[in-house]
Design a protein around this ligand. Sequence first.
Ligand code: NAP
Ligand code: HSE
Length: 426
Amino acid sequence: MRKVVRLSVLGAGTVGGGVLTLLRENADLLEAQTGKRFEVRHVLVRDLSKPRAVAVPPKLLTTNPQTALCDPKVDIVLELMGGLEPARTLIRDALQSGKHVITANKLVMAVSGDELIRVAQRHGVRLLYEASVAGSLPILNALQGSLAGNRINRVVGIVNSTTNFILREMERAVDAGEPAETAYNTALRKAQELGYAEAAPSSDVEGYDAQYKTAILARLAFLQYVPLESVYREGISHLSGRDLLWAKRLNMGLKLLSISERLPDGRLCARVHPTLIPRDCPLYLVRGAFSGVWLQGNGFQEMSLHGFGAGALATASAVVGDLIEVARHPKPLRLEDPSLRPGETAPIESLTMRYFVRLSAPSEDALRALREPLQTLGAEFHPSETLQQGIEQVALTPPLNEGEFQTVMTRLREQENGQVQVIRFL
Ligand code: NAP
Ligand code: HSE
């Protein structure tokens, strides 16, 4: 690679702005690390007139993808625009024209990572995507590098910072005696005001963002291709402050977890859902807009990483780390990527877990009807409580098969009077 490495940066928003800042502020350090200087030649945006948090020299800005992609002097393309298209096509085009690509785009890597990794391989260029999972945490590089000699058994992570912030805010509100019923909406509004959650926050709060990241993380941890649709997904939008209140009473924390594990029969199960965890679990201490990943492997035993999972400079740190790696090692290994090997996945219905069930009903009779099937399953009940909206009762089940348990829950939810909230234990 040349002494001056030339870059096209696609996107100058939160992450693009952070990358441009680090490239400028740490230019000497990057030269010391790689023996090369980095020069930004093009910055692709949608709107040239938009005010930007990080100033970009106007002569670098373009709205034409071809200007950024077809310049023969450009060695590396940084895709930091987000969304499936046109990002995926631009990544593919860049790789096919012999340029290395670094991306923070979990959607593209979860949906089309297998195809793009093969395109990079065929064209003898590198495709790196550390920033796509858990922001600044070097988890993907660790799995492919220092930890690669381990058989990984389980990966449990908080990989979405926005929902972690919202759940922490709800917990704080409940601890402060604020109304539990409005805690979710208040916390979501605060996350939007602070710029963590977007105006249309469904990708975060419905668990899609964590599902994309889980598909990527599980593929690299367990060395098998993980189709996105095989990752079970449930978000946090149905949770209420009452659930956080109950978590506190049970001395538990409530987190949106990404869990991937190899089952005894060899199949891989990957899932994202709200989960009750003990307060002495290291992941309970992952607070606010942070991410954390805990892993178990047969050599290192267990390990956790914890840090900023989102934000301009934290995410830029991972992008620039990939940039240094490409500058040092521009030739890809000629091996087929082991994470693309086919393998069997198991649906969540194969698992056995304990459940927290919160029943709400307008009358004692309606509550009894909801309670009976849970009694048959061996659940233990906390005393019922009369609230403004009706009567509430919490049941804790023994370990049960998910498939069989959910069949009972579906029948319960069909009852006209009452509501059923189910949360899994770790
Ligand atoms: P963002 O703030 O919305 O910025 C996106 C940038 O891309 C903007 O500069 C936008 O141009 C440009 N862009 C989008 N679509 C375009 C198009 N069709 N043509 C030309 N330019 C286009 O997004 P972000 O938060 O930086 O996220 C970027 C990527 O990083 C996403 O894949 C995201 O999932 C990932 N990521 C984000 C974070 C985070 O903390 N934000 C953390 C990890 C990973 P304009 O400025 O002109 O609109
Ligand atoms: N929306 C994502 C999150 C950004 O909250 O974690 C980082 O990928």
